[in-house]
Write a protein that binds this ligand. Structure first.
Ligand code: ADP
Ligand code: MG
Length: 487
């Protein structure tokens, strides 16, 4: 096994519910899956990150040799290693570097390392690792921070395997129930103007440092869901600690899957897919899981790195075609299926507001709505910095009544008027009385801002999955604003 795990500033002991899942004389993987009622007995287990016993049987099955190491991919001769297989190459005696098969030709199999590379020599021994291609059991993983291979980040111990493949197919179109149920987040700007639906996939678009991760944390803390899975892909190690701290306030079981920016591209790819698989594993149990992936752009960049290294030709702005095939694969896997659902929010980097950047452009077409953050709002301390006029929920009509839609429309119209005439108003060029609708909007400007702005600290209450409790309040507030802005 190879290193690369980060320390996470969370400590504590295993919660009783987790311990029951992973301990005992029987090998963890051989235990039956606990059919605990989802969401109930696993409350706030995030502080507990001690390890589980390793999955037995992950031994060596075949051996080969390293033939060539040139650049990011290595050539090995090894029987039975197909595309995607995981192998280990021996560095210093007894120290193995994990790698994954990314291609093959008549010379042999091409692998790409996904661990810390040290002491690799010509002719090094290579062995195939029969890795569980199944995501860990979601119940056992609740309250833990995992690495890309589903091992506990603190202890390195593997989790008991679950029944969901790491890379699995999306639910069939006809298996998808219609989207009719609202998901309350406790955030007024979302609940009032960009309603979230059970099984919806949303893109969160913004430049760096505008508040994407903070907003994700707020959504996770307030959402009415049975479980939360967070994939932190290509972020800085420091941010992981911050996010874990933010999530500790959540009252539902949270699992975090991490591959930081310094980890090899393959691990970043796998971490995103593992987080998705874990969310789908909750869905398989009939639960409603919120999946937060931060960031989808870094997942796409990791895919690009792997594809280019394995010889694929660059296409749109350096992204090979396979990247655009993998993105819908991962996004389509979320959503509702059977009695469960995965509601997903994916962050997408749009530096300099470039929404035409290929990944942003592609993702916008794949999701059921997008929230756009605005740097100018953030600069004025308007958090969450959601640019309501550029954002849209494509499922609002499915989950809101006509009256609520009307209220949202009226408030949006007022925001649009204010935005259109902002310069004139600020410079004192607007003559009051010349546009009655604008006069009303100006009169209620502070009220609109108070509705939209919602800090992290002031919402300690929000941090208790009180989305539903806050729902009535948000509805009433929105209705009052709508009455004030309508001529
Ligand atoms: N809701 C908020 N309230 C106050 N400050 C915020 C809020 N959201 C973001 N910020 C500020 O913006 C900085 C960057 O936020 P972050 O969520 O890390 O952005 P991103 O993930 O887009 O890079 C934070 O360190 C904080 O200073
Ligand atoms: Mg961030």
């Amino acid at each position: 096994m190879t290193g690369g795990g980060q320390g996470v500033p969370v400590s504590g002991s295993v919660p009783v519910s987790d311990r029951a899942v992973v301990s005992g004389g029987v090998p963890a993987s051989a235990q039956p899956h606990p059919e605990a009622p989802v969401g109930a007995p696993l409350r706030t287990p995030l502080r507990a990150l001690a390890g589980a016993p390793p999955v037995p049987g992950a031994g060596m099955v075949a051996a080969g040799r390293l033939v060539r190491a040139r650049g990011p991919v290595w050539l090995v001769r090894l029987e039975g290693a197909g595309l995607g297989a995981v192998v280990e190459v021996e560095g210093a005696p007894g120290r193995w570097v994990r790698a994954q098969v990314v291609g093959f030709d008549e010379d042999g199999v091409w692998v790409m390392p996904c661990g810390v590379v040290a002491d690799i020599r010509p002719g090094a021994t290579v062995r195939l690792v029969p890795l569980a291609e199944r995501a860990p059991c979601p119940v056992a993983s609740a309250g833990r921070v995992l690495d890309a291979f589903g091992r506990c980040l603190r202890s390195g111990a593997a989790m008991p395997a679950g029944d969901e493949p790491v890379r699995g197919p999306a639910p069939a179109a006809l298996q998808r129930p219609p989207i009719v149920e609202r998901v309350w987040t406790g955030l007024r700007v979302i609940d009032g103007l960009l309603p979230l639906a059970r099984g919806q996939r949303v893109g969160l678009f913004a430049g760096s440092g505008v508040g994407k991760s903070t907003l994700l944390g707020q959504v996770a803390a307030g959402v009415a869901a049975d479980a939360v899975v967070v994939g932190l892909i290509g972020e800085r190690g420091r941010e992981v600690g911050e996010m874990v701290e933010l999530l500790a306030a959540s009252s539902v079981p949270v699992t975090v899957v991490v591959a930081t920016s310094d980890e090899p591209a393959l691990r970043r790819v796998r971490a995103a897919e593992l987080a998705t698989a874990l969310a789908c594993a909750w869905r398989r149990r009939g639960a409603h899981c919120l999946l937060l992936l931060d960031s989808l752009t870094r997942y796409a960049r990791a895919l690009r790195e792997v594809a280019l290294a394995s010889g694929e030709a660059p296409a749109r702005r350096g992204y090979p075609a396979s990247v655009f095939a993998r993105l819908p694969e991962v996004i389509e896997r979320a959503g509702a299926a059977g009695t469960g659902a995965v509601t997903a929010v994916y962050t997408v980097l749009v530096d300099g507001g470039d929404m035409e950047e290929p990944i942003a452009d592609e993702v916008r077409g794949l999701v059921d709505g997008h929230w756009v953050l605005d740097r100018e709002l953030a600069r004025c301390g308007h958090y969450p910095a959601v640019d309501v006029l550029s954002s849209v929920s494509r499922l609002a009509g499915h989950v809101c009544g006509p009256e609520e839609l009307d209220h949202a429309r009226a408030v949006r119209a007022a925001l649009a008027l204010l935005s259109e005439h902002r310069d004139a108003i600020d410079l004192g060029l607007y003559v009051p009385g010349s546009r009655p609708a604008l006069d009303l909007a100006i009169a209620v400007r502070e009220g609109l801002r108070a509705f939209l702005v919602q800090g992290v600290a002031s919402d300690g209450a929000q941090a208790c999955a009180q989305g539903e409790v806050a729902a009535g309040e948000t509805r009433a507030w929105l209705a009052a604003l709508a009455r004030e802005v309508e001529p």
